[in-house]
Design a protein around this ligand. Structure first.
Ligand code: PXL
Length: 278
């Protein structure tokens, strides 16, 4: 049985980050340890007056203890990080990982051309330093633009543009870069990937569902990590994760007025397990 650690915040209400990663990856049959980086009363997308407690002070001690216990992880998966210091801690932890531990970094910081509440362009540049030590990174177009210091394009771009962005992302240092939220046609949305070791691009598209929900990036990354840990290669893992997100959105649409803050991923878990052959 594979074992991973995922390191991101706990948004007590709102279904994103750890409250998504833990159930999704566990359901896929992968042992999932967690390091909570912060506790928020809700996620920051659409709620006001949320609380934020930084837990960064505990993180070095948790890592030290685990080192003494000789704990091994097949993957380290980082998501939303709440401070510059937390990014530095993750860089350090990833650089000291075992040689067979996959470093998967989701630089969860923004969407639709804007950074989430509380983040600055300087923070995004700092997140690029974490991407530089990862094996796989999965920014969306917004996060990629802020990390690279390039203009964000909502639409109207072509393959050449996307492949240029992907190459700039691997130039940061990551072996494989994935871009989410890519669309060349109005009615299709998907992912693009560049594998620098094979010098190979990969694309996967779904019919575009006309709705946006918070937490879908975390659901995508979690399903992708879960699939990789089930021995599925990155291309198929991306396809599975994208199909899962689309299914989660479709399931939630009828209840979107009440359930606006995230998707009802729970209902789509049987579908996800079918996708990975379980
Ligand atoms: O889904 C990404 C995410 C994670 N954690 C927190 C967030 C968000 C997105 O808004 O606010 C706290």
């Amino acid at each position: 049985m594979k074992r991973i650690v995922t390191i991101q915040d706990i948004s007590c209400f709102g279904k994103c980050s750890l409250t998504v990663a833990l159930p999704v990856i566990s359901a896929m049959g992968v042992e999932t340890a967690v390091v909570p980086t912060a506790v928020l009363s809700t996620h920051t997308g659409g709620f006001s007056g949320f609380t934020f407690r930084d837990l960064a002070g505990d993180i070095p001690e948790i890592f030290d203890h685990w080192k003494k216990e000789n704990l091994h992880f097949d993957a380290i998966y980082t998501g939303y990080l709440g401070s510059f210091g937390q990014i530095d801690m993750m860089c350090d932890y990833i650089m000291k990982r075992d040689s067979d531990t996959l470093a998967f970094v989701d630089p969860a910081m923004g969407d639709n051309g804007s950074l989430y509440t509380g983040f600055t362009p300087e923070f995004a540049k700092h997140m690029a330093s974490l991407c530089s030590v990862a094996d796989v990174i999965v920014p969306n177009l917004t996060e990629a633009a802020f990390m690279l210091g390039i203009e964000y394009k909502e639409s109207g771009y072509d393959r050449e543009y996307i492949e240029d962005v992907l190459k700039k992302l691997v130039d940061l240092g990551a072996k494989k870069a994935v871009l989410t939220g890519v669309g060349f046609e109005d009615d299709k949305l998907g992912v693009a990937m560049y594998d620098s070791e094979k010098d190979e691009f990969y694309y996967y598209f779904n019919e575009k569902v006309d709705a946006k929900f918070h937490g879908t990036g975390d659901i995508f990354s979690s399903a992708c990590v879960g699939a990789l840990m089930n021995g599925i290669d990155l291309k198929d893992a991306l396809r599975i994760a994208a199909d899962f997100v689309v299914e989660c959105i479709k399931i939630t649409l009828p209840e979107k007025d009440y359930h606006w803050y995230s998707v009802q991923f729970e209902k789509a878990i049987p579908y996800l397990l079918k996708l990975i052959g379980k």
